[in-house]
Design a protein around this ligand. Structure first.
Ligand code: IMP
Length: 417
């Protein structure tokens, strides 16, 4: 069964979109299994930018069938906007998009709840797309699911259940069931052709030896279980999220972990190798580090190889994809985090205060001045850029399989293992 997963290894925004886009050309199915409108996968089909939030990137490849698994949280109106945009660009979705009937629905109430939470003391700097409250309702068994959008009685009951529980938290801000019912039913009517038992379709595809690509959103350090809790998203972003988020178990042949040649983070929470100086500013400007979903400036710093080693181990990564190597061109010295002062354990601390206290130890490597955006093989890179890749491999313990050297759709190459 030819199965590939592509997952972020940092705090999201690793540049997965472009690589997924390239890999989709060689796959029959593209599957999203977690997250929702908080994702922002930027791709340039036919040279024009498009940012996908809910839709799998395979929608931009006409041979690809796209699956939105039951582990996703879906804002129906925003999804309809995305579908309209993609179809207006000439990518018809009829027969090519399947939305799990069991996926969770983000309602206006969840958007309000996210805003309320973020205005209080427990703020984590979310994208305010209602992600946390939607997952919370799912696990509290008061959620609305895609299947509910297809039946007035079911939807009304589901909304009544949720509002009854959340009203005490929201007070006057609690929306009425009536204000949500009709718009959600209308959205359901439009989404009806796509809503189905996605797990079954996927199981069929795998049985027929279809080539399946699992497309991760966010990054490993934002995983709700293994990430920098509570400064995480609310889903399982590691490969461990794939079976639960799709509703079936399948072996993965190739698990590609994507990391920038440096590191970024949006939102609050610890970031040991963050640079609050001119170098951080340079990375932000040169790398265009502003959020695809919220436009927020991203926090920037050096690559953290210790954290990468940790997440590769627990996520079963088989090869690394290093993105934005070109952004480091022109730096006299490039630093890589190889551990932390006074931290002698093999793992990362679960306790957020201990994590926040980590102080990185760096290895300094000589940089390069050449423009590498036109390079298309390893040998074409300057010797110091090749040396950096070797250090990454050695420290992380996983081979580099892909290198991306610019924003263009073809600005990357594979490295033979
Ligand atoms: P939420 O997923 O909107 O609840 O946000 C929780 C945390 O995850 C915040 O720090 C967000 O900035 C971060 N986050 C969520 N989605 C993404 C993403 O696609 N890229 C980068 N950070 C993200």
């Amino acid at each position: 069964m030819p199965t590939t997963a592509i997952l972020g290894l940092q705090w999201g925004d690793e540049g997965k979109g472009k690589l997924v886009d390239s890999l989709c050309a060689r796959h029959d199915l593209c599957v999203r299994f977690q997250g929702g409108g908080n994702a922002g996968h930027t791709v340039y089909p036919e040279g024009r930018k498009i940012v996908l939030h809910h839709l799998p990137t395979g929608v931009l490849h006409r041979q690809c069938v796209n699956v939105m698994g039951q582990g996703m949280v879906i804002d129906p109106d925003r999804l309809l906007d995305e579908i309209a945009e993609v179809e207006a660009r000439g990518f018809a979705l009829k027969g090519r998009l399947v939305i799990s009937d069991r996926a969770a629905v983000t309602t206006p109430m969840h958007l309000s709840l996210d805003g309320i939470r973020e205005s209080g003391s427990g703020k984590v700097g979310t994208t305010k797309r209602g992600i946390g409250p939607t997952y919370a309702d799912r696990y509290d068994r008061i959620g609305v699911r895609m299947v509910d959008l297809l039946d007035r009685t079911s939807l009304k009951e589901a909304l009544e259940r949720a509002v009854a529980v959340r009203a005490c938290q929201m007070g006057k801000q609690a929306p009425s069931v009536d204000s949500m019912l009709e718009p959600l039913l209308q959205a359901g009517e439009k989404l009806k052709p796509y809503i189905a038992d996605a797990a079954l379709l996927l199981a069929e595809g795998l049985r027929e030896q279809r080539r399946v690509l699992f497309e991760g959103a966010q990054g490993a350090m934002l995983d709700v279980g293994q990430g920098t809790y509570p400064f995480v998203t609310s889903s399982h972003t590691l490969s461990t999220g794939i079976p639960a988020g799709c509703g079936l178990v399948t072996p993965l042949q190739d698990v590609i972990g994507v990391t920038k040649a440096y590191c970024t983070r949006v939102g609050d929470g610890p970031f040991p190798t963050e640079l609050n100086d001119a170098t951080g500013e340079l990375l932000r400007t040169k790398g265009g580090e502003f959020g695809a979903t919220t436009g927020r400036p991203r926090r920037c710093g050096w690559i953290d190889l210790f954290a990468l080693r940790y997440v590769c181990r627990i996520s079963g990564i088989t090869r690394l994809a290093i993105t934005k190597l070109d952004v480091l061109s022109g730096m006299e010295t490039v630093r890589v985090g190889v551990g932390y002062k006074d931290h002698n354990e093999p793992g990362l601390p679960a306790d957020i205060r201990r994590f926040s206290a980590l102080r990185p130890k760096y290895e300094a490597l000589p940089g390069w001045s050449e423009d590498i955006s036109g390079v298309r093989d390893l040998a074409g890179l300057p010797a110091n850029a090749q040396a950096l890749l070797r250090v990454i491999e050695q420290q992380v313990g996983v081979p580099v399989g892909i290198v991306s050297v610019g924003p263009g759709r073809d600005a990357w190459f594979t490295v033979a293992g």
